[in-house]
Design a protein around this ligand. Structure first.
Ligand code: ADE
Length: 239
């Protein structure tokens, strides 16, 4: 395979189910992507397979104990170079630039925590990266792992057949995507923009670029600050 991914969690089925369809499913079926799902309890040392404990200093919730996670990562890592990723809402947001960088690695290990989190010592010693999928909290790291793995998988060469569709997506060029239309040309009282039916590829290209810029300005002006805009884009924004 181009990439091996190991997922460590207490609900391996959540991640496996989320990734068995569509593009990540096909990438696994054709061998480009090999994903292994592991139950963290396998590495628990006591007879109740306990993986969490109460927090030092008091407070609500439980914290993932260091020993099972550390033992699991060390065992999975022994199979070579690997990058260990821990999804966390208390981390920098994952960007498409991060996703592209991650897609260049050959072995990723995802550790999904639950409850109030993971003992900080595991993060300090064994985790290479922490990312958030957005400014909201979900009930566990499993779905965050699935989101990240889906995003990374589609940037692995060969996984998405038409690489152009990946390249033109929102964020790839730092802008939001332009609007899309298909048949019929008139639906209820709404027309497909005439320029898209004109067959004039230069006009279509400029219309799409203008729309992408307008959407980005409306919904995500923060992205325009970081984007590398060419002269044409700067002119369009001034208009
Ligand atoms: N776990 C819970 N919420 C999360 C988020 N927003 N991103 C990553 N992991 C999470």
């Amino acid at each position: 395979p181009r990439m091996r991914i190991d997922c460590l969690s207490i609900f391996p089925g959540i991640i496996a189910d989320a990734l068995k369809h569509s593009i990540p499913g096909r990438a696994q079926a054709n061998g480009l992507l090999q994903i292994h799902h592991h139950d963290l309890r396998t590495w628990a040392t006591d007879k109740h397979s306990k993986v969490d404990d109460i927090p030092y200093g008091g407070g609500v919730g439980m914290v993932f104990k260091p020993e099972p996670a550390m033992a699991a990562i060390r065992e999975l890592r022994a199979q070579g170079e690997a990058l260990v990723i821990h999804p966390s809402p208390a981390a920098p947001r994952l960007t498409q630039a991060d996703v592209i960088e991650l897609s260049g690695h050959r072995h990723l290990i995802f550790l999904a925590s639950r409850y109030e989190g993971l003992d900080q010592r595991v993060i300090d010693r064994c985790v290479d990266r922490e990312y958030s999928i957005g400014d909201y909290v979900i009930s566990g790291g499993e779905l965050a792992c699935a989101v990240m793995i889906d995003a990374v998988a589609r940037m692995v060469p060969g996984v998405v057949a038409k690489q152009a569709s990946v390249v033109e997506d929102s964020f790839y060029n730092g802008l939001l995507d332009y609007p899309h239309y298909t048949r019929p040309p008139v639906y209820e009282d709404m027309d497909v923009p005439a320029v898209l039916q004109s067959g004039n590829h230069e006009h279509i290209r400029r219309w799409r670029k203008r729309e992408a810029l307008a959407r980005t300005l409306a919904h995500r002006p923060d992205l325009l600050e970081g984007a590398e805009l060419d002269g044409e884009a700067r002119t369009m924004l001034r208009e």
